[in-house]
Ligand binder design. Structure first.
Ligand code: HEM
Length: 205
């Protein structure tokens, strides 16, 4: 393997191949959860267990995708090539989560769904997060990037809004006290706060 001009070793695989590998690897938790569900290993309510697992994985991948830029800026670790598959994984798990809720748990019964949405505000935060992730996933293609030009970067700043909405969705989802959502929300707040650190401008001698 020849070293890249910068001195770093160049990967044997193209960026696209690495992105596809990461995406497929990221789907393993879903396969595992579904396999456990089918083997009756997820307790008395496997549908709810899957729904919860998928929600947590969506949140985790959203967090990891938001960590990519700060890692490059503050730790000089460049995983930029993996940002797109990480974002797509967040969207994929969010879609599994929504399908399990609306389809498997609620059988797409619009009356029940309406009752749920009007009585449990955390669902509205989840829906808004999902809609943002959907828009970001649809505009993550090379063609969309070219078509949107400068507006693409502006549009994709919506990921910060999605992170805030997802944190609210998670922290108010439960009727009883859980510490985990607050830990996740604190991580999200930390990652968003790093964006506010001013960039140092190089002084011309
Ligand atoms: C239409 C969109 C959504 C709906 C209808 C929805 C619905 C739900 C429901 C019904 C629960 C279970 C709450 C309970 O047991 O009382 C839940 C939990 C959760 N949702 Fe969502 N959700 C949506 C979008 C999202 C998105 C986009 C994310 C993440 C990016 C997410 C992350 C979570 C998490 C982390 C939990 C808690 C899981 C746990 O720790 O057990 N949800 N959601």
């Amino acid at each position: 393997m020849a070293p890249a001009p910068s001195g770093r070793r160049r990967s044997r695989f193209s960026p696209l191949t690495r992105q596809i590998f990461l995406y497929l690897f990221g789907l393993l938790p879903a396969v595992l959860v579904l396999a456990q569900g089918m083997a009756n290993m997820l307790g008395p309510n496997p549908v709810s267990a899957c729904l919860h697992e998928f929600g947590r994985w969506a949140f985790r991948f959203l967090l990891i995708s938001l960590a990519v830029s700060p890692l490059r800026r503050f730790a000089k670790l460049d995983f930029m090539v993996y940002r797109r598959p990480l974002g797509l994984l967040a969207f994929t798990y969010a879609a599994f989560h929504v399908v399990f809720y609306a389809g498997v748990a609620r059988h797409f019964d619009t009356h029940v769904l309406w009752k749920d949405f009007t009585s449990r505000p955390f669902l509205t935060f989840g829906l808004l997060t999902f809609l943002i992730l959907l828009v970001l996933a649809l505009t993550s293609t090379r063609r969309a990037i070219m078509a949107l030009g400068r507006r693409w970067a502006k549009l994709h700043k919506l990921v910060y809004v999605a992170m805030i909405l997802a944190s609210v969705h998670y922290t108010i989802a439960f009727k009883t006290w859980h510490v985990e959502p607050f830990i996740y929300a604190a991580l999200a707040a930390g990652l968003l706060a790093l964006r506010l650190v001013p960039k140092q401008t190089k002084r011309v001698a």
